[in-house]
Design a binder for this molecule. Structure first.
Ligand code: FES
Length: 83
C-alpha cells in the first residue's frame, strides 16, 4: 500500500486508497505490519501463492523487515495457514 502513494493514482483508485483499500478494491485486512502497512489478507494471499517463511514474506511484502515486532504474528499466520 505504501508503494501506492509513490505515484499519482488514477481517479478510480483514489477513493479506495483513501479508504485503506487496495486500488483493485480488495481490502488489505487488519494491519499486521505497521511499519509497512501490510494487512492480514495480503499476507494470507502471499502464503497461498507460495511464501512459506517469514523471509519469503519479507522479500515479497517487506513485512517483518524493519522493527520485527510483527514477526511473531507472521509466524502464527504461516502456521495456521499451512496447517
Ligand atoms: S511492524 Fe513489521 S517490521 Fe515493524
Amino acid at each position: 500500500m505504501v508503494d501506492a502513494f509513490s505515484r499519482v493514482p488514477p481517479p478510480e483508485d483514489r477513493l479506495a486508497l483513501l479508504a485503506g483499500q487496495q486500488a483493485s478494491g480488495e481490502t488489505a485486512g487488519r494491519t499486521i505490519c505497521s511499519c509497512y502497512g501490510v494487512g492480514e489478507q495480503q499476507i494470507r494471499r502471499a502464503i497461498d501463492e507460495g511464501c512459506n517463511t517469514v523471509d519469503a514474506l519479507g522479500k515479497r511484502l517487506r513485512c517483518g523487515t524493519n522493527c520485527g515486532s510483527c514477526i511473531p504474528e507472521l509466524k502464527q499466520l504461516l502456521a495456521r495457514q499451512q496447517a
